[in-house]
Design a protein around this ligand. Structure first.
Ligand SMILES: Cc1cc2nc3c(=O)[nH]c(=O)nc-3n(C[C@H](O)[C@H](O)[C@H](O)COP(=O)(O)OP(=O)(O)OC[C@H]3O[C@@H](n4cnc5c(N)ncnc54)[C@H](O)[C@@H]3O)c2cc1C
Length: 446
């Protein structure tokens, strides 16, 4: 056996990999862990603050979540809030933010839907309020105002006014690393600028090769975004999955909102409708988006990942059928074409303005500014045997000391939950101690 021996090697320094690093350092008795990240900084890809919507998803205002799904997501979001709350104040204020948030119903049908949703959900979500038009105007005046009057449509909102709702996932990932490295008497090696070339099973261990060295691990967790699937496929694992990467763009406007404003989602669509919110990294602006554009890349802005995408696509009749089935649904077809039209010069801002005006009706074309270099890519998996697109995140676990996390939205909200699941697998495989009590505790309503 060659190379330094670690109990666990994590590949990928986004919010998923760093949450696991934190969990291993704090809650297990394993003493040798390494995290390998190809870039020179933590959270340089989808977890970078500018590349995602910075939302702590709780399921309360995401109208495409059933109550059952919302309660599951809420548990993950509570872990995040609890983690954020116990950080030293100077770190906490860079990581999590309290903004009001609401989902807006526009017109009789959507208002009716929200009134029903409120009745079903508010017993479980203590901070939830149902707001009528005048109450919405008190919190978000620009959502209601139009030409000096109230906009004409019926409006109702489900709102949460005083909870942590926004997060800088990049700063969160950095805090996980700092917290992990502060644990005494453990080797927690952070290897930045270290691109993993291959993973090979050697007996009961794995060899991880980089340009500089070969490491050996008793357990490997690959949390490399879309590249997790590439690593799996190259090892002959998870071949039943293909991938449909969906990029998201954003637009900036002057500050027109005080908090997050979502709209009612079309439940036939696999992706969220655009929303508007403050950008935690750009004070004084409001950010609208994300759009949802199929883009054949594993990593946004890196054209060389096109070839890698073709490798994970594994295009065959089944994948073509799944894509064709998606296009057969008129709502999805129109939505995809609309999102493609968002990319056509001259049309782009005009079309986007129509959607953004659903939230702030007085917005003008000159208010919209395309956010260059902002927005990542969501690696949505296609399950070939089931012939369907998987909407949330997925794990591939062959059960032999390695697992792969593929994490489209709400993957970042879910990072501690994913870490918990990975820790359970590691505990089972290595027979180590894992103190799970921290993960199980519920957060107090704030
Ligand atoms: C437009 C958009 C909006 C979103 N909004 C939200 C939101 O509001 N809330 C939410 O919860 N989620 C949201 N998401 C999803 C969220 O961004 C992701 O779930 C999350 O960032 C995934 O984190 P990760 O650590 O798994 O992956 P990443 O952050 O992509 O990290 C993977 C890491 O692996 C590294 N890596 C890859 N290959 C190698 C290699 N060979 N060797 C070493 N390292 C490697 C990469 O450099 C990268 O740092 C959004 C996503 C998008 C695109």
């Amino acid at each position: 056996m060659s190379g330094e021996l670690y109990d666990v090697v994590i590949i990928g320094g986004g919010v998923t990999g760093t949450a696991l690093l934190y969990g291993l350092a704090k809650f297990t008795n394993l003493s040798r862990v390494a995290l390998l990240e190809k870039y020179c900084d933590i959270a340089s890809v989808n977890s970078k603050a500018t590349n995602n919507s910075q939302t702590i998803h709780c399921g309360d205002i995401e109208t495409n979540y059933t109550l059952e799904k919302a309660l599951k997501v809420r548990r993950a979001s509570q872990m995040l809030v609890r983690y954020g709350d116990q950080l030293p104040a100077a770190v906490r204020e860079r990581v999590i933010y309290r903004f009001p948030k609401m989902v807006l119903g526009i017109g009789a049908q959507e208002c009716e839907l929200l009134r029903h949703r409120y009745e079903e959900f508010h017993p479980y979500f203590g901070g939830m309020k149902l707001l009528e038009k005048s109450q919405i105007a008190e919190i978000e005046p620009q959502v209601v105002a139009l030409n000096g009057h109230d906009r004409p449509e019926e409006l109702v909102a489900i709102a949460i006014l005083n909870e942590y709702t926004a997060i800088n996932y990049g700063e969160l990932a950095k805090s996980f690393v700092e917290q992990a490295q502060s644990v005494a008497d453990k080797t927690i090696d952070l290897k930045l600028g270290t691109q993993v070339a291959s993973i090979e099973p050697i007996g009961s261990h794995y060899q991880i090769k980089t340009a500089e060295e070969t490491l050996t691990a008793r357990f490997v967790v690959v949390s490399a975004g879309g590249h997790s699937l590439l690593f799996a496929h190259r090892m002959g694992i998870g071949l039943e999955y293909s991938c449909l990467p969906i990029a998201g763009n954003f637009y900036f406007t002057p500050q027109v909102l005080n908090g997050k404003v979502y709209t009612v989602q079309n439940d036939k669509l696999p992706f969220a409708a655009i929303h508007g919110d403050p950008d935690v990294t750009v004070p004084g602006k409001t950010r609208f988006g994300p759009t949802a554009l199929p883009l054949p890349l594993l990593e946004r802005y890196h054209l060389k990942t096109f070839g890698e995408y073709l490798e994970v696509l594994r295009l065959d009749g089944t994948v073509i059928n799944v894509l064709f089935d998606l296009l057969k649904v008129p709502d999805i077809r129109n939505y995809i074409f609309k999102n493609m039209a968002f990319e056509v010069p001259l049309l782009d801002r005009r079309l986007f303005l129509q959607d953004a005006r659903k939230i702030v009706p007085s917005l003008q074309l000159e208010d919209l500014q395309f956010a260059h270099g902002v927005g990542g890519i969501r690696p949505q998996l296609i399950d070939k045997p089931q012939r369907k697109l998987i909407l949330g995140q997925a794990e591939i676990d062959p059960g032999n000391g390695i697992c792969f996390n593929i994490t489209p939205s709400p993957g970042a909200t879910n990072c501690l939950n994913t870490a918990e699941q990975d820790l359970l697998r590691i505990q089972q495989h290595l027979g180590c101690r894992f103190d799970r009590s921290w993960f199980g505790a519920e957060v107090r309503a704030s």
